[in-house]
Design a protein around this ligand. Structure first.
Ligand SMILES: C[S@@+](CC[C@H](N)C(=O)[O-])C[C@H]1O[C@@H](n2cnc3c(N)ncnc32)[C@H](O)[C@@H]1O
Length: 306
């Protein structure tokens, strides 16, 4: 009797399991589908672009951006400002070992390579230069990116016209850019070294500007760091070197630290199509982070620190 009862129970369990298993699977399947459906960002459209689950981390990143960028600073503060009248001699002493680069210029081996005057620039005579020089009446001008000196020579003429004793420091590695000689074949090369700085210096001679303009022939990054270390600040700073985002971004950040209170920083190529990706993006980001206003003057952007 006991054995019969056991058998009966076993059969009952088998039948019950056969009935319950598919129902359990079905319930599980339904639950998983419902959960998946409810947690998906969009229930109908495919393919889907990734949508951030919450905007908060993105906003936090933007809020923290200035302090994040601060971490990239090499030096927190530049040296105490030098009086303007000591700027030229300080550059001669600290960059040229106390000798003017114009002494004995041009060296004999360079003379045959030079043209009496070869000036070429881009927007280098724009009205912005006169507007800003009249407004700021600068004693020290820092030009970041000089090439053959077109804008430097224009600024020199304007300061002379206004009776200002301004020094113009021209920061450039005087290498141009890879392939620039495709359009400037007449700028000669000496053993792979292009004679851009010599032609720039010759241009200064041709307009009698050697007393008020000096080359600072290094990469913009290292030259701006040096000026920061020496305490050489600009009343007017023009940024017109590398036009890709990273170059423009780095130049603007480094140059802005060298702006005297009340000074103006400005630069070319705010509007050209390609510079939307480089110069314009860098200027806009910089102004937004620092809460500065960008003014426009022709193709130039202008940030006035007053
Ligand atoms: C557009 S040109 C400057 C034109 C000049 N401002 C004018 O209007 O006559 C750019 C110059 O920036 C210089 N340059 C670009 N990147 C540089 C860098 N990282 N360091 C030094 N000079 C740089 C090039 O050698 C070139 O002479």
């Amino acid at each position: 009797m006991k054995e019969e009862h056991k058998q009966y129970h076993k059969r009952l369990m088998t039948v019950a399991l056969r009935l319950v298993k598919p129902t359990a699977y079905f319930m599980l399947l339904l639950l998983a589908y419902t959960l998946g459906y409810l947690s998906s960002p969009s229930s109908s459209s495919y393919p889907r672009s990734p949508v951030p689950s919450s905007p908060t981390p993105f906003i936090n990143e933007l809020i923290n951006l200035p302090s994040q960028l601060d971490q990239f600073r090499v030096k927190a503060h530049c040296a105490v400002p030098l009086p303007s009248e000591r700027v030229r001699q300080t550059i001669l002493d600290r960059v040229f070992n106390g000798t003017s680069p114009f002494d004995g210029f041009p060296p004999t081996y360079v003379r045959p390579l030079l043209q009496r005057q070869r000036i070429r620039g881009w927007g280098s005579n724009g009205a912005v230069f006169e507007h800003l020089i009249q407004k700021v009446r600068p004693r020290t001008i820092i030009e970041v990116g000089t090439f053959l000196g077109a804008s430097a020579i224009h600024m020199h003429g304007l300061t002379r016209k206004l009776g200002l004793e301004a020094q113009i420091l021209c920061l450039d590695d005087f290498r141009g850019w890879p392939g620039f000689r495709d359009r400037f074949k007449d700028i000669k090369m000496i053993n792979g070294d292009v004679s851009l700085m010599y032609q720039f210096m010759q241009n200064l001679f041709s307009v009698n500007a050697t007393d008020s303009v000096l080359p600072v022939p290094f990469s913009t990054g290292s030259a701006l760091e040096k000026l920061c270390e020496l305490g050489v600040y600009g009343d007017l700073i023009e940024v017109d070197a590398g036009h890709d985002f990273l170059s423009a971004w780095s130049d603007i950040n480094r140059a802005y630290r060298l702006l005297r209170p009340g000074g103006v920083i400005f630069g070319h190529d705010y509007f050209t199509a390609t510079d939307n990706k480089g110069v314009r993006r860098a200027v806009n980001l910089f102004a937004r982070i620092h809460g500065l206003k960008i003014k426009l003057d022709g193709q130039h952007w202008v940030i006035d620190s007053t």
